[in-house]
Ligand binder design. Structure first.
Ligand code: F6R
Length: 613
């Protein structure tokens, strides 16, 4: 969701900014722009609607704009349609102050009206132009001091932001400020960078600073100074990014999504191995000891999108193994429903990015109520990771495709590991069963690989035949319903086909009226006890014309008497089947999208990191 890149150093800035924006393309955007200045000259601003290629063409890949200091932006429209006018950077008429912004300024109308009374006029519909003019107002009226004007503006702005500004009287300098929106600063030799995410910086530096909420920084060539809201200089720790730069490249795959699907065995193995010590699960890195676990009486899992689906699966596993009551909630609902959190509750927030606005708000609400929190997060140093009491890192590595695959799989595994350990600490598992469950988890990577090897080509063929489907249903019972939810989201978000996940037993209560000739119904049936009940539900839709696909355990070959197309996964513990059953569904979504010629990695209207409500 929106991307910011900034550079100040001795090199030509525009090509660096464009390369950085390219690395942030996965975040989702609909227009882009640059502001670059050479020495004391006023910045040159170039913007273009649509893909970055349009901006590259306009600037001859950046070669046509001269200067060694600049800021760039990819915009995902919130206020005002996607257009060149609304694209960032925004500036005052005299280009004295130029800025880019990620996030949402909630009181922008009120600020805009106040500024109009002070004589300002506005050319765009954006909240960002309001921020730029507000900063300009303080800059002009309080002694042209960038840090002072940003600090004053921050006390007036309500909402979330990552801001990067240039001021006319301060050549070769960039000023940034942050509130609840990701932003990192890169330290090079004789050059400094700012970006919304790590991949934009990796080609230039691995030395970064995380800027905190309500903090600001001044970037000069090779120098960064941090300030708190009281404008006092503060110290920050320089952190080395350990990612391999190649992890954020396609590495020969046509799309990031396929590369990430294939990285799942590795992501799962790394996530398991990170907490296994001498064959036992050790949660001490997350700060969870047996005493803390034993004190937990109820768990709330809160998340959005696929992370929520991983939470739904975790609910089944945790309740089954540890017998702790679990409630799973959508973060956007949880935060506004004034939840009653009992004293012995424990809140688990699941988030790949660690920056999702609603999940962050849910975390803060839980902390305000003095409920201990654990974050299952993929991005190290993200806001949710920094604010939660306990952190369990999934080791999926950088995920670039908008549709999550490997991070979701790593979240499932995190949920399994926590459930096993909670069950053990609560005395619900004996030593033998504990070991069996861990062994089953350790086998999952090779089993995921097997599903990829065995089923990929058949799914590719099937997807090309059914790419024109109009409606698809995913049905399942119990934990299979959780997998269906994820399968349905994968398909709809990248193929734009309407699809719904339904608890199979619920179909008869209304939705079955939608079933007619040729409607595709994907059934997930991995649970022995529910197998026959699932077959009955499948027969009910089949006799109303549905075309049936099944994902089931190898050995259940009799399913072919009922379905038109069957996909098989290897035998594992029943509560771990989601890790295997989701693989064919991810492949289905991927290949349908490819067959339709769509932009798999950057589906329309979507953003990788949803930092606004
Ligand atoms: C779907 C997808 C989203 C995210 C959701 C939460 O493929 O990726 O539904 O799962 O936006 O994002 P995080 O996990 O970053 O909080």
């Amino acid at each position: 969701m929106c991307g910011i890149v900034g550079y100040t150093g001795d090199k030509q800035a525009a090509p660096i900014l464009l390369a950085g924006l390219e690395k942030l393309e996965y975040r989702g955007y609909d227009s882009a722009g640059l502001a670059v200045r050479k020495g004391k000259s006023l910045p040159e601003i170039v913007k273009a609607k649509g893909r970055l290629i349009a901006l590259k063409e306009k600037t001859n890949a950046g070669k046509a704009i001269h200067g060694n200091c600049g800021i760039g932006h990819t915009r995902w429209a919130t206020h005002g349609e996607p257009s060149e006018l609304n694209a960032h950077p925004h500036a005052t008429e005299d280009r004295e102050v130029v800025g880019v912004h990620n996030g949402i300024i909630e009181n922008y109308q009120e600020l805009r009206e106040k500024l109009i009374k002070k004589g300002y006029s506005f050319y765009s519909d954006t909240d960002t132009e309001v921020a730029v003019k507000l900063v300009h107002y303080y800059y002009e009226n309080y002694g042209q001091n960038p840090i002072d004007s940003l600090a004053r503006a921050m006390t007036r702005i309500r909402g979330t932001y990552a801001l990067a500004f240039m001021f006319k009287e301060y050549p070769e300098e960039i000023y940034v400020a942050r509130q609840d929106n990701p932003m990192i600063l890169g330290q090079g030799v004789g050059e400094t960078f700012v970006a919304s995410d790590v991949p934009a910086l990796l080609p230039y530096t691995r030395q970064v600073y995380y800027i905190g909420n309500q903090e600001m920084a001044r970037l000069h060539k090779g120098e960064i100074t941090f300030y708190n809201i009281d404008q006092e200089v503060i110290e920050k720790e320089l952190i080395e990014i350990k990612w391999d730069a190649e992890a954020a490249e396609k590495g020969g795959y046509e799309h990031f999504m396929m590369k990430e699907i294939y990285e799942q065995p590795r992501a799962v193995r790394d996530t398991v191995n990170a907490v296994l010590k001498n064959g036992r699960i050790d949660l001490s890195d997350a700060g969870l000891d047996e005493k803390t676990i034993r004190s937990i009486g109820r768990i709330y899992i809160v998340a959005c999108g696929s992370a929520y689906h991983a939470g739904v699966a975790m609910q089944y596993v945790m309740e089954e193994l540890a017998r702790i009551p679990v409630r799973v909630e959508l973060a956007s609902e949880f935060r506004y429903r004034n939840p009653i959190l009992e004293e012995n509750s424990f809140v688990i927030i699941i988030s790949q990015s660690g920056e999702t606005a609603d999940s962050l708000a849910a975390l803060r609400l839980s902390k305000e109520q003095k409920i201990p929190t654990l974050a299952i997060v993929n991005v190290v140093g993200s806001t949710i990771a920094r604010e939660a009491d306990h952190v369990f890192y999934t080791l999926a590595g950088p995920e670039i495709a908008v549709a999550t695959t490997k991070a979701y799989s790593a979240q499932l595994i995190a949920g399994n590991l926590l459930s096993i350990q909670f069950a053990y600490a609560k005395g619900k598992l004996d030593e033998k069963r504990y070991k069996e469950l861990i062994e089953a988890l350790q086998k999952l990577p090779e089993q995921i690989q097997k599903v990829l090897d065995d089923e990929k080509e058949r799914i590719q063929w099937f997807a090309s035949k059914y790419a024109n489907a109009k409606d698809v249903f995913f049905i399942g019972r119990g934990i299979d319903y959780a997998v269906g939810m994820e399968g349905s989201l994968k398909l709809k978000e990248i193929s734009y086909i309407h699809s719904e996940a339904y608890a199979a037993g619920e179909l008869k209560h209304g939705t079955i009226s939608l079933i007619e000739d040729g409607i595709l119904v994907v059934s997930v049936l991995t649970q022995k006890e529910l197998y026959e009940k699932m077959i009955s539900n499948m027969v009910e839709v089949k006799c109303r014309g549905a075309y049936l696909v099944a994902v089931t355990m190898a050995g259940n070959y009799k399913v072919e008497d009922t379905v038109n197309f069957a996909l098989y996964i290897p035998e594992t513990e029943e509560c771990f089947t989601p890790s295997l059953a989701v693989i064919p569904l991810q492949l289905l979504g991927y290949y349908v999208s490819v067959s339709k010629g769509l932009d798999v990695d950057k589906p329309r209207n979507l953003a990788k990191s949803v930092t606004v409500e």
